[in-house]
Design a protein around this ligand. Structure first.
Ligand SMILES: NC(=O)C1=CN([C@@H]2O[C@H](COP(=O)(O)OP(=O)(O)OC[C@H]3O[C@@H](n4cnc5c(N)ncnc54)[C@H](OP(=O)(O)O)[C@@H]3O)[C@@H](O)[C@H]2O)C=CC1
Ligand SMILES: Cc1cn([C@H]2C[C@H](O)[C@@H](COP(=O)(O)OP(=O)(O)O[C@H]3O[C@@H](C)C(=O)[C@@H](O)[C@H]3O)O2)c(=O)[nH]c1=O
Ligand SMILES: [Mg+2]
Length: 294
């Protein structure tokens, strides 16, 4: 099976290359700039047609949440138009698409976990453009699996875990917001789920495996709880550590507003595909271990 993944150095694409390497009969081909630019729909169509994959995994996106507030047009071109172009090219080739989306499509004012059927209501440009992307994908290709994930970290690229470890190397105390709740998710777990779905009969032969699904680490925390866990594990392994002090969102001004609660229920994915992520602490420990033992 030949899987085309969009993006070259992103967390999810890098994790997919690593995890697919453990499987027989799975080939991952990555595409990225300059030949494949989501802001240039003609390049998207050309490259996907040339490679002629069995399935497309749409993992590339404009992910700079704060910068997106100032670069609305680019974020829209990449996350909405670009995603639509990828799904259209897959439809033309008569193959399914697995597309990555985000918890930031929700407003964050629900009590408890969001279901796939809950109303969306993004409160920032990034979330808004990702929601437009979901709609463009669904419209362009009936054979779509849209995976909303959240708070992604990994040994690769830029992410919150690496930021906390970097800051802890120079400071004794970090201040981190304690009033935004969500589900930390390892990109390596996302890769395992994507490969499981891509190889499942439900996707390749069935008709009930399409739609929107939530895919996040099991268990919830807030950003300060996440940071504290990461730095405790790191300290235990001899890596950088620091105390974490809870602050309020209002004490950490950012350009973009973020949801206060974007915890997602993963029952639909489990019921449909039989896959659930490990407890977020288990996955976080594995990544921290890799990061501090280099
Ligand atoms: N990071 C997170 O916390 C979360 C991410 N998601 C979603 O998951 C998916 C994967 O995220 P993640 O791996 O963390 O993303 P990263 O920010 O690590 O990587 C983004 C990828 O997109 C590529 N890219 C950006 N702009 C373009 C463009 N114009 N044309 C082609 N490629 C482009 C980058 O290319 P290059 O390799 O050249 O830099 C990179 O490979 C995204 O859809 C994201 O919205 C959802 C929830 C949380
Ligand atoms: C670095 C730092 C951040 N923070 C806060 C800011 C923010 O509310 C929270 C997380 O910061 P980040 O900038 O890493 O998070 P952010 O870029 O908002 O992460 C989001 O990225 C996009 C792509 C998604 O799709 C989301 O699921 C989510 O992962 O922590 C602190 O309180 N203290 C700190 O020292
Ligand atoms: Mg320190």
């Amino acid at each position: 099976m030949k899987i085309l993944v969009t993006g070259r150095e992103g967390q999810v694409v890098t994790s997919l290359i690593e995890r697919a390497g453990t499987l027989d009969g799975v080939e991952v081909v990555t595409v990225g700039r300059p030949e494949f630019d989501l802001a240039d729909p003609a390049s998207v169509e050309r490259v996907i047609a040339d490679i002629s994959p069995d399935i497309v995994v749409s993992a590339a996106a404009y992910t700079a949440v704060d910068l997106a507030e100032d670069e609305r047009d680019l974020a829209h071109a990449v996350n909405a138009e670009g995603a639509g172009a990828v799904a259209r090219a897959a439809a033309k080739a008569d193959i399914p698409i697995i597309h990555l989306s985000t918890d930031y499509v929700f407003a964050g004012n629900k009590d408890g976990e969001y279901l796939e059927s809950d109303p969306t209501g993004p409160i920032g440009v990034y979330g808004r453009t990702k929601l437009e992307g979901e709609r463009a994908v669904a419209e362009a290709n009936a054979r779509h699996v849209i995976l909303r994930t959240a708070w992604v970290y990994s040994p690769f690229g830029k992410n919150f875990v690496k930021t906390m470890l970097r800051l802890a190397a120079d400071r004794d105390e970090l201040t981190v917001v304690g009033d935004q709740w969500g589900n930390p998710t390892s990109a390596l777990d996302i890769a395992d789920a994507v490969l499981h779905i891509a190889r499942s009969d439900r996707l390749t032969k069935g008709t009930d495996g399409f739609g929107v699904f939530h895919l996040v680490g099991t268990g919830k925390t807030n950003w300060s709880g996440f940071a504290r866990h990461v730095l405790e594990t790191s300290g235990r392994l001899g890596g950088p550590t620091a105390d974490v002090r809870d602050i309020a969102t209002s004490d950490y001004p950012t350009k973009a507003q973020r949801p206060a609660n974007s915890c997602l229920s993963t029952d639909k994915l489990f019921d449909t595909y039989g896959w659930r992520a490990p407890d977020w602490r288990i996955s976080a420990d594995y990544v921290v271990e890799r990061l501090v033992r280099v």
